[in-house]
Design a protein around this ligand. Structure first.
Ligand SMILES: Cc1cc2nc3c(=O)[nH]c(=O)nc-3n(C[C@H](O)[C@H](O)[C@H](O)COP(=O)(O)OP(=O)(O)OC[C@H]3O[C@@H](n4cnc5c(N)ncnc54)[C@H](O)[C@@H]3O)c2cc1C
Length: 446
């Protein structure tokens, strides 16, 4: 006879324990006692049934069970024996998954998108930083102050840039995400879109429309955010880009209008400017008004010097597309362009999670409210990353609390960088704003 202990999640009353016990005792050579209070089953088996049949018998009744082996029981880590479901496979999700299995937990990751890795590696930091670096190199060829190096108007093959960028994205996704799954068989990946049925149960809708139930002792919501589209009349009926389409666009627009002035909007605006587009930026307020208006103010000069047209405190009143061009009506008049990029912030992916079934508290914009331990108001439900109201990702304007290495990843010429630095030093030392002057000599551009 072998004695095993199973950790069971999803039982809500003594009746559940009885039903779990009955399911186990139907198996040949098995004698089981299930304790609702402990959430565990003590099982004696004569070895004629495989352990997975024990787990399957419980799953058939809607309970998730894990086998507590001696090592895990002895280790006694915080996660020992727990089953943790993580919704999302971005960087936060993976960091949590690895930590949880180190502590002895069993982890199920759930991903609805066809690729894993979330925003950063697929459509965020990685491709955008590659794109702006390429644009920077192109810009330097035509703008430097070294007498001995010929200034060059670079020939840009945008298709080749995009295919190299996307190859790097795949490479990094493999190295940082896919390979982790391959080397950690104790992390299970379930494909599909998850929503809560109750605080311990997730329903995952898979590609073929079937539903899979995942029950867990703890849930981490790491579902990220998606582009927020402003309610400008006509806009949604036009083929506008968000950052996702802009990053992989194989043509360089002749005239690109960017609506938005956040970090993502400005990075992409500058990249296209440097790749050869005429760029107009329309900002509802000022540059970086939410992130850092002081840096934003200095950046307006930088962008104007590079040739961007900037319309502050201006949003289109309507947008139309005639099959070829976008037409934007605004207080600055009618503006036509061949491409329109909308980068006006991101909205948390929480509206389709069935949070009403859990009582998890959100802010008005859908951001999940968490405490310093990333815990929601429901004790065993946690949240991390862009789907939360985590204020540690923000800063208050003008407080001078941002370190220089946290500046937006825009590529500035040394002169522009120096001006930005001066401007911030003034602000940080309380000296107040000052307009940056033109460089005295071209050598300051070096
Ligand atoms: C263009 C751009 C450039 C950026 N550049 C930078 C940068 O340089 N530096 C920086 O620090 N940050 C940058 N960011 C922000 C950064 O990418 C995000 O902050 C980060 O990736 C968010 O990670 P996350 O884990 O919260 O969510 P994500 O990485 O978005 O992961 C969420 C995952 O959850 C999945 N999901 C959502 N709902 C469900 C569901 N119901 N069921 C199953 N799966 C679900 C999604 O498919 C997605 O894969 C950039 C963002 C963009 C858009």
């Amino acid at each position: 006879m072998t004695t095993l202990t199973l950790q069971i999640s999803g039982m809500t009353c003594g009746h559940c324990a009885q039903s779990a016990q009955d399911a186990l005792n139907k198996l040949p050579g098995v004698h089981a006692e299930v304790s609702f209070a402990e959430g565990q089953a003590r099982v004696e088996t004569d070895g004629s049934v495989d352990n997975t049949r024990l787990l399957d018998a419980l799953a058939s009744k809607g309970y998730h069970a894990t086998l507590l082996d001696n090592d895990k029981q002895a280790a006694g880590g915080n996660g020992s024996g727990l089953h943790i479901a993580i919704i999302g496979t971005g960087s936060g999700a993976f960091a949590a998954a690895i930590k949880a299995i180190e502590e002895g937990a069993e982890v199920t990751l759930i991903e609805g998108n066809e690729v894993i890795g979330g925003t950063c590696v697929n459509v965020g930091c990685v491709p955008s930083k590659i794109m702006i670096r390429g644009a920077h190199i192109a810009h330097l060829q035509a703008h430097h102050a070294f007498d001995g190096i010929t200034l060059n108007q670079p020939h840009i093959d945008r298709g080749a840039l995009v295919s190299q960028q996307q190859a790097r994205v795949s490479e990094l996704r493999q190295a940082k995400y896919e390979s982790i799954l391959e080397s950690h068989p104790d992390i299970t990946l379930v494909r599909g879109w998850a929503r809560f049925a109750d605080t311990n149960t997730l329903v995952v809708t898979q590609d073929d429309g079937s539903e899979k139930i995942v029950t867990a002792d703890r849930v981490l919501i790491a579902t990220g955010a998606r582009p927020a589209i402003p309610p400008i009349p006509g806009l949604k009926d036009t083929p506008f880009w968000t950052s996702t389409e802009a990053l992989v666009a194989e043509q360089i627009p002749e005239h690109l209008v960017v609506i938005g002035a956040s970090v993502v909007a400005l990075e992409l605006a500058q990249a296209f400017l440097r790749l050869g587009s005429d760029v107009t930026i329309m900002a509802r307020s000022t540059f970086l008004s939410k992130e850092d208006p002081v840096i934003g103010e200095a950046l307006v000069n930088v962008f104007e010097e590079e040739g961007a047209q900037i319309l502050l405190h201006t949003l289109p009143e309507s947008v139309a597309h005639d099959g070829k061009e976008f037409i934007l009506s605004s207080k600055a008049g009618e503006i036509c362009c061949d491409r329109l990029l909308v980068a006006t912030g991101r909205r948390p992916n929480t509206d389709r999670l069935g949070l009403d079934k859990t009582g998890v508290e959100t802010e008005r914009n859908g951001a999940i409210v968490i405490n310093d331990h990333m815990q929601t108001n429901i004790e065993h439900i946690y949240a991390a990353g862009d789907c939360t109201n985590d204020r540690r990702r923000d800063r208050t304007a003008g407080q001078g609390t941002r370190r220089r290495d946290q500046y937006p990843a825009l590529h500035l010429s040394p002169v522009a960088g120096q001006r930005l630095h001066d401007r911030l030093s003034e602000t940080e030392s309380g000296a107040g704003p000052r307009r940056a002057g033109k460089p005295d000599s071209p050598h300051q551009e070096i």
